[in-house]
Design a protein around this ligand. Structure first.
Ligand SMILES: Nc1nc2c(ncn2[C@@H]2O[C@H](COP(=O)(O)OP(=O)(O)O)[C@@H](O)[C@H]2O)c(=O)[nH]1
Ligand SMILES: [Mg+2]
Ligand SMILES: [Zn+2]
Length: 303
């Protein structure tokens, strides 16, 4: 051998900031981005993952390793598999619009998913500017149920830019995912929180080489105050797909807490005798509305 090939590839540290089908955008410590593929054997990286990668070309590379995750949010995919949506999330921001109305069943479904994935939820009520006195009263009643369960609830108007400072504070230095039905104001809120959204989007499209950044991809945006928002268009259906009857019960905080007082350790709080949950619904300690939604969601489980 005339000359041994000793090209030592430098291992770089980075974070996955966008996921576009097969390609990933990885950002290095200096904020520079590269379009990456993953090593063939490697499991699918998710947006938010901290990774080790190697440069293969000027602006391209290969992800070699996924560093330990604090959390991973997945959603159901074809043939019973799951797809990673976002990694290292600290919180899920559930956005609801007070008008035309809050859908409490959907809220509970989101909260169950958060409890199940062990990611802290933050409830944000948007369009507060549209509340009239009677709707205000109704909203307060509903929200009190969640405050009593120690859920944090913020009220904002993305349109009038009110309540946003409190929200910014709660997002600072966290990695958050915004979820909510179409039309509740996710985009309006994101725009208000990210003054340089357009620039960040442009940087990512350049890095992806795809020209226009596709809306079907998951993307991580940086908040000016520190912290990130992950935007994942397909995430609204992350719902109840992996959730069993037992997990659903676990996802209702008040039910989880009372379950150990039920006569049967496998009590599902439906028809079983000596059920502490039903007793507490009867005596008013547990919100009957929540309990009825628990039963409704049970019916929705695909079993
Ligand atoms: N009155 C009012 N309208 C809002 C507010 N936030 C968003 N909207 C409007 O609600 C509609 C849907 O908002 P958008 O951000 O696109 O919702 P998304 O589908 O969740 O992204 C738009 O017409 C917004 O202008 C708000 O705080 N108050
Ligand atoms: Mg939108
Ligand atoms: Zn029970």
């Amino acid at each position: 051998m005339s000359q041994a090939k000793t090209v030592t590839q430098t291992i770089l540290k980075g974070r996955v900031v966008a996921h576009l089908g097969k390609a990933l955008i990885v950002e290095d410590d200096e904020g520079k981005t590269a379009r990456c593929m993953k090593r063939t054997q490697l499991e699918q990286p998710a947006v938010g993952d901290y990774v080790e990668w190697m440069r293969t070309e000027h602006n391209a590379g290969r992800v070699e390793k996924i560093l330990e995750r604090q959390s991973l949010l997945s959603r159901p995919a074809k043939n019973g598999k799951t797809r990673p949506v976002a990694a290292n999330l600290n919180q899920i921001v559930v956005i609801l619009a007070v008008k035309p109305n809050i859908d409490p069943l959907l809220l509970d479904q989101y909260l169950v998913a958060c409890e199940f994935q062990d990611i802290a939820p933050l409830i944000v009520l948007n369009k507060i500017d549209l509340l009239d006195a009677s709707a205000r009263e109704e909203t307060n009643k509903l929200i009190q149920i969640y405050k009593d369960l120690n859920y944090e609830v913020l009220e904002v108007s993305a349109k009038e830019l009110s309540g946003l400072d409190a929200l910014r504070k709660r997002l600072q230095n966290e990695t958050s995912l915004l979820v909510g039905q179409s039309g509740v104001g996710k985009s309006t809120i994101t725009n208000a929180l990210l003054p340089d959204l357009e620039l960040q989007t442009k940087t990512l499209s350049t890095a992806s080489g795809l020209g226009k950044h596709t809306t079907t991809s998951s993307t991580l945006y940086k908040l000016p105050e520190g912290g990130d928002i992950i935007d994942s268009p397909g995430v609204n259906i992350f719902g109840l797909a992996n959730i069993t009857e037992q997990n659903l019960a676990y996802g209702f905080r008040e039910i989880r807490e009372l379950a150990e007082q039920c006569k049967y350790s496998n009590c599902l709080h439906v028809k079983e005798p000596k059920c502490a949950v039903k007793d507490n619904v009867a005596n008013g300690n547990v919100s009957e509305q929540r309990y009825l939604r628990y039963l409704k969601l049970r019916d929705k489980l695909a079993y």
